[in-house]
Structures are given as structure tokens and as C-alpha cells.
Design a protein around this ligand. Sequence first.
Ligand SMILES: [Zn+2]
Ligand SMILES: [Zn+2]
Length: 398
Amino acid sequence: MHRMEDLFDIEDRAAGMQNEMVRLRRDFHRHPELGFQENRTAAVIAAYLRGLGMEVHEGIGKTGVVGVLRGGAPGKTLMLRADMDALPIQERNDCTYRSVNPGVMHACGHDGHMAVLLGAAALMSEIRDRMKGRIKFVFQPAEEGSGGARHMIQDGVLKDPDVDAAFGMHLITALPCRTVGWGRGTIMAAMDSFTLRIKGRSGHSSMPEGGVDAIAASARIITALMSLNTVPGFSGRTLINIGTIKGGDASNVIAEKVELTGTVRNLITGNRAAMPAAMREVIDGVVREVGAACELDYQEGYPPVVNDDEMTDLLCRTASEMLGEGSLIELPPLMASEDMAFYLERVPGCYFFLGAGNPEKGLTSSLHSSLFDFDECILSTGAALFTRLAISFLGLDG
Ligand SMILES: [Zn+2]
Ligand SMILES: [Zn+2]
């Protein structure tokens, strides 16, 4: 069991690291890179971890980096994960650390995630001799849609040493600083994507009887698909969205082809499994009636993020010891998705949110906004919380 004074000491040490983490965060922010292109980012991380005397593996899951810290006594292996990629957004903030890469921006706070995890790595390496077990510091590329987690798993990130538990964190400006948003079980939705290709028959627009109008068919298909969102049992747990629609060649020609793309989000595994068939049934009903053809190409994306009960309890206990019980905010499941899900399918763990908003400083823009920024005071909070989580999970020796 750890001594209480050790834990207070960790927050002091984290506060002492604050300037260093701000420097790292601003450096990442200034030089954002898109998924699987995080080469500069990876080099900065690898050099930093090597400077801490850690064993470092590069090129895991293409541009990912893993640092392994071995404690002074044997024990379990804990994985802590940060994502590395930025978004294809032109930054509109006017700050000294504004992005220098046109059209690319850290608008999802991943710059903060990396700085927090590097700060935590520095804190833990200071007390490594007294720590039990091992910690894998996992810096993962391409969270925003390309599933970098899957690539890191294929490259063995969960093996050798085998990971016993995994934690990950996302900054969120919707919650104030020094709060932790948490949830039990399924906390984020699975997300799949689809393409629909509707084929009719072209003809003169003055003679509708001579053709099959793919645009009219697509309108009916869209209405029918959207109505699935309100079916009892699906409502609030399943969400179909059509994001693009392309079709037709000229204003006076009956359209022959329409292509639609969209996403399906599910909080219930059974709903997810039932989705392709439910969509096909709705689509077939329309195309049979109008004489069109329609092909559904359904692609599985991220699984749901499912938190382990025991690891969720560990997070809540640790956060409330450090920040006070009032700092814990239980969140309803979100329809957003996260590729942290791939790790949590395989090992127990917990994904949580760290409050990073500050209305007094005007830091309230939402994630993925071109004006996104967060209160940097959370960097030391996050690093201390990860360190305390590691101590809670692995234990201190002596
Ligand atoms: Zn994002
Ligand atoms: Zn993100």
C-alpha cells in the first residue's frame, strides 16, 4: 500500500512539470500532423522518452511510439494511451502557438493528450525504483477515423509484456477544469459506415414513364432509413446519418444513378448486428416498388467503447482521492466513437474525460472547432492523475 505523503508529493512534482508540459503541448500544437503522417510528432516523443532512460519502440502501427518503463519490482503491466493525430481544419485561433501547417490543426486536444502522457512518463520515471510492474506509454496515430489502434494491436502493442489493463483520457471543454467525466459499461457508440448505390434508368424528363428516377427513389430511401432512428428499441441508441448525396447529370434528364454515404452509430451490440439487414429490408421495399436497383456496401468501423467495472471503480476512487468527490461527473453514453474501443475489447480498462474548459478565459469552443483551445492548467492535473492511477493499479514497493 502506498503512503499518503507519496501521493501529495506527486501533485507537487506534477505542478513542477507544468511549464515543461506547456512547452511540449505548444510545440505539438504548432506542428500538427494528420493520421499516419505523425513523423515529426513521433520523433519528438521518442527523443523525450529516451531522455527519460526508457526503452522506446518506434514505427508501431505505422507512426506510433511505445515507451516501456520497468519498475523496481515484478508486477502487472499497465498501458496508458494518448492519440497523436490532428484534423484537416484551418485554425482560426490567434495565439503564439497557432498551427504553422496550413489546413491542419490540433482541434481535438490530442496535443494535450501527448503532453499529459509525457509528463506522466517523466513523473513515473522519477519513482521507477519504487514502482512494481511495468508501464507501457502508448502514443497512437490516426484516431480520427483511420483506426490507428487496430494497426498498433496488429503490431503487437498489447503483447510482450502482455498488457493487464489500459487507461485512456480525452480532454473535454464542456466540463470545467479539475473535473473527471466518467461512465460505466458502454460509454461510447460503435460507428460503421455505408455507401448506397441506387441505379434507375435515364430518360427525357418530360416522359417519366419512360425511365426510373434514381433521385426520386433516393428521396424515399432516405426518408425510410431516417425513420429507423425513431423505431422503438433503436431510438436514442442507434443513429443513422446520411452525410453525402451525389447524383444526376442534367436538370432535364431523369437521373440514372445516385450515390449516398453515411454512418450508423450504435450503443447496443444487438442493434449493431441487426442494422445491415434492417437497412436492406427498408431499401428493398422502395426499390421493388419503383423498379430501381440498389446496392448497400456496409463497412464495420469502430466497436463501442466498453469500460470494465473494476477499472472504472479504480478511476473513480483515484480521481475522488485526488480532486475531491465533487469532481466526478457521471456522463450518459455518447453517440460519438473512439478507437480506444479496440484495446478495451481485448483488455479490461477505462476511458474517461478530463474537464478542460474555462468560461472565464473564453475556453469553451467544442472539440473539432477551428477555434478549439483548452485550459493548459489541466496538463499537470492529467499527469498527476495518470501517475496516481498507475500507482493504484500497480502498487508501490515500500
Ligand atoms: Zn476528434
Ligand atoms: Zn479526439
